[in-house]
Design a protein around this ligand. Structure first.
Ligand code: GMP
Length: 216
């Protein structure tokens, strides 16, 4: 089934010769998402069979996080470098209240502003994967409301909120309807509400992206 399409990167990453695998060792594979929902979208896949078959929110505890922190850093560095190589800061918008002139020099600043790390409440793919994605949603592969809302509502569980401990996983069968379908579209840069108007949001996301970055 397509739900196991990530299995090959877990089972034999060394055989994938198309550049999708950016790093692997005996514990994890880090791959580029083939349908990136932002400018840069990586997935971290644990390779241990038992972990790979588990629901992320049920197995990511403090111990797991400590073990995976170096791989998260590796993915963050990859994304930061990608941005540094491809873009420069859009200097013509210094009057924009969100303007951050050194965002491509200051990694911590870039990370807090443009990095999103976490998992989906209801993962579509069966192999456990952690999303490390730039928070721009500037991508031709972002094609519908569901794609956008899966990263911009409580459907997305942030790495910092794991383990869920006190809070419990929202197992409501209707969680997909609630967050992906019925939830309004809010711009992740300025919080403007686009309701159900996905194509308007898409155009707006272009404008917002171009306020920050221009191609080198
Ligand atoms: O949440 C699962 C993620 O896996 C989604 O963002 C998909 O775009 C991504 N995905 C689905 N199939 C494949 C595949 O065959 N290869 C890669 N690299 N990513 C995939």
């Amino acid at each position: 089934s397509w739900r196991y399409a990530l299995e090959k990167y877990v089972a034999h990453p060394e055989t994938i010769g198309d550049g999708t695998v950016v790093y692997f060792d005996d514990k994890v594979s880090i791959i580029r998402d083939s349908f990136p929902k932002s400018e840069c979208h990586l997935l971290i896949l644990p390779r241990l069979t038992q972990l790979s078959r588990s629901h992320p929110a049920k197995v990511i505890d403090g111990k797991f996080k400590n073990k995976f922190e170096p791989y998260i850093d590796c993915a963050i560095n990859y994304i930061f470098k990608h941005f540094q190589e491809k873009f420069r800061v859009q200097k013509s918008d210094e009057n924009n209240p969100n303007f951050d002139g050194d965002i491509l020099e200051d990694k911590d600043k870039f990370v807090s502003r443009f990095l999103q790390i976490g998992v989906h409440s209801v993962p579509s793919m069966k192999n456990l994967h952690i999303h490390v994605i730039s928070r721009d949603f500037h991508s031709v592969r972002l094609k519908n409301k569901k794609h956008y809302n899966s990263f911009n509502t409580k459907f997305f569980i942030s790495w910092d909120d794991l383990p869920l401990s006190g809070k419990i996983l929202d197992t409501d069968k209707n969680i997909e309807t609630k967050y992906l379908k019925d939830h309004d579209l809010f711009c992740c840069y300025c919080q403007e509400n686009f309701g159900n108007k996905f194509s308007l949001l898409k155009k707006h996301l272009d404008v917002e992206f171009n306020k920050n970055f221009e191609l080198k």
